[in-house]
Design a protein around this ligand. Structure first.
Ligand code: TEU
Length: 558
């Protein structure tokens, strides 16, 4: 049975350009990450996921790759990357990279050739379609970052598909030659010694070949889902990738699978199907969507969150879950799901407790372990993200008030997650001696690594303790999940069971004091306190608790 090391692992996501700059150019780099490996070792993580590090014109911050085999110079050289890999491995930390193979940059050599004619070796590496009789696009799909998902090229008198920016043409996975190029590239990175991949929008690689129009009432920006998500050959392609390359290495794969429900996720992650090890779903990321999708001021409901997370825990028992609150595409967890104000510390720790005691592989996004909140940029000019800029214009065009637009962007912009990592409260936050590629958060003066490490009750040490519990109590990795008190409107509580062991996880999602009583059908064994986000919680639990605002408790009984 091959070693499923990723089932015991905790992953830390590094957004390279914002993590640590070693040469003063204002952009994070590999040497900066090497400098911070001891910090990551102290946190206790096992795997680093690096967002894309390959050559790119950076239209979408590296998710538009122009050469899969070369490193983006701002991060350093291939030798610098290999040094990082060696240092990480020497510290017991594995590294997975970000595989973006649904699309490339329009400056990739394949696309530069493909757009020239219909009869060259690269012509069919991308998705080209003739215009309709009236010259319009082949169908009504909209792209994620606004506008149609088709761009016309005079040299071919055809349109090409781009589900994201027009600088990100979709690859044609129907073409076996293209697929082989991808598999060869994957193998070359495994030969360098990386430990796996996060696979960008991998649920989109197979398109319905009839390219059907989307219903007019679908959200225009992602109407391509009707013909491009969980397509007819997606599992065939991933099984082929597994057979041809993944299965030959002791690696980890996590697919980012937009528009995928828990039933479909099992098809990607059921180990008997030999496709992927786990997937990122979006069901808890859509609980606060509104008229402009993510850019809304709607607040999620804990009851909806509990229903979604429990469904995934129960349905993916045969597969494997990935557990995350945030990443480079999402706002900061404590703002979106906790209380960024009075109870920032308590709620940040509570959120960490809820996910880290669940079944699956937890992912910590850089700065989450510090209790970082959304960034209070004053001006729209501070935002760099292509998605934020599109929705700013779209909401203005739709006549939304400046207040609503500013609030929606504050709550949901991807740049909330992309401000430089705050290492200390000095000018430059210990991130760079140069002008950073994106403004610092003004909050860095009081939310930073230095203050976390100097406070025994910081979010950092709470996350460190959660990771220690995962390492020392097999029930966290292997125990069965069972939702309890499922009708409680404020408290999300569940148990994990393994043989005669039981773990109680009790999280108050409200800013109020709540009396909690274990429901009858759960055996109220006297259990010992393993961890709390308050300093004076009861050491024993026998079914009743008076919970303080955002109090999160872990009790264990063997
Ligand atoms: O994101 C996939 C995706 O679905 C995004 O549209 C996501 O839903 C959105 O950003 C949420 O606001 C992946 C990458 O994570 C993202 O950074 C890239 O921009 C995108 O693919 C294209 O590669």
């Amino acid at each position: 049975m091959e070693d499923k090391w990723w089932k015991d692992s905790v992953v830390y996501q590094i957004y390279p350009q914002s993590f640590k700059d070693s040469n003063g150019d204002g952009v994070g780099d590999f040497k900066g990450i090497i400098e911070k490996i001891p910090y990551l070792s102290e946190l206790g993580i096992d795997v680093i996921w690096l967002n894309p590090i390959f050559e790119s014109p950076l239209v979408d911050n590296g998710y538009d790759i122009s050469d899969y085999t070369s490193i983006l110079p701002q991060y350093g050289s291939m030798d610098d990357f290999k040094d990082l890999l060696d240092v990480a491995h020497a510290s017991g930390i594995r590294i997975i990279l970000d595989l973006v193979v649904n699309h490339t940059s329009n400056l990739h050599e394949w696309f530069l050739e493909s757009q020239k004619s219909k009869d060259n070796p690269y012509s069919d590496y991308y998705i080209w379609k003739d215009p309709k009789e009236d010259g319009s696009a082949p169908n009504n799909w909209g792209s994620t970052f606004g506008g149609p998902a088709w761009e016309y090229v005079e040299s071919r008198k055809q349109y090409y598909l781009h589900c994201f920016a027009k600088e990100q043409p979709d690859l044609n996975w129907e073409n076996p030659a293209l697929r082989q190029e991808i598999y060869n590239m994957i193998e070359s990175w495994f030969e360098i010694g990386i430990d796996g991949f996060r696979m960008d929008v991998i649920s989109l690689i197979s398109k319905r070949q009839d390219y059907p129009d989307a219903p007019d009432d679908l959200a225009y920006t992602k109407s391509y889902y009707v013909g491009a998500s969980n397509g007819p050959r997606v599992h065939e392609f991933l099984h082929e990738m597994n057979e041809q390359v993944l299965s030959k290495y002791n690696v980890m794969t996590v697919g980012e699978t937009p528009n995928t429900n828990s039933e479909q996720a099992l098809l990607y992650t059921n180990p008997e199907r030999n496709e992927l090890d786990m997937v990122f779903h979006f069901d808890h990321m859509h609980l606060d969507y509104g008229k402009y999708g993510k850019f809304s001021d709607i607040r999620y409901k804990m009851s909806d969150l509990r229903q979604v997370l429990s469904e995934w825990q129960e349905k993916l028992a045969k597969g494997w879950n990935s557990l995350y609150w945030s990443n480079h595409d999402q706002p900061r967890a404590v703002t979106r799901f906790g209380d960024e104000g009075k109870y920032r510390l308590e709620s940040a720790k509570m959120l960490g407790t809820l996910f880290h005691m669940m079944k699956g592989t937890p992912y910590i996004f850089q700065g989450e372990e510090l209790g970082m909140k959304n960034v209070p940029f004053e001006s729209i000019d501070s935002y760099q993200d292509i998605e934020t800029k599109y929705f700013y214009e779209e909401m203005k065009n739709q006549g939304e008030s400046e207040d609503y637009i500013k609030r929606a962007i504050y709550l949901k912009s991807r740049d909330n997650a992309r401000t430089p990592m705050p290492w200390n409260n000095q000018i430059g936050s210990g991130f760079s001696t140069g002008k950073p590629w994106i403004d610092y958060s003004p909050d860095n003066k009081y939310i930073n690594v230095q203050e976390n490490l100097s406070d025994d009750n910081s979010v950092f040490y709470h996350y460190q303790n959660l990771i220690k519990i995962r390492k020392n109590y097999p029930i966290v990795v292997h125990g069965d999940y069972k939702l309890i008190n499922k009708d409680d409107s404020n408290v999300y509580s569940y148990i994990r069971e393994l043989n005669d062991e039981i773990l109680y996880v009790i999280c108050n999602f409200s800013g109020e004091k709540i009396n909690f009583q274990l429901e009858e059908n759960v055996n109220a064994e006297v259990a010992d306190l393993l961890l709390s986000n308050y300093q004076d919680s009861p050491l024993l639990f026998s079914g009743k608790l008076e919970l303080r605002p955002y109090e999160a408790l872990i009790y264990y009984k063997k």
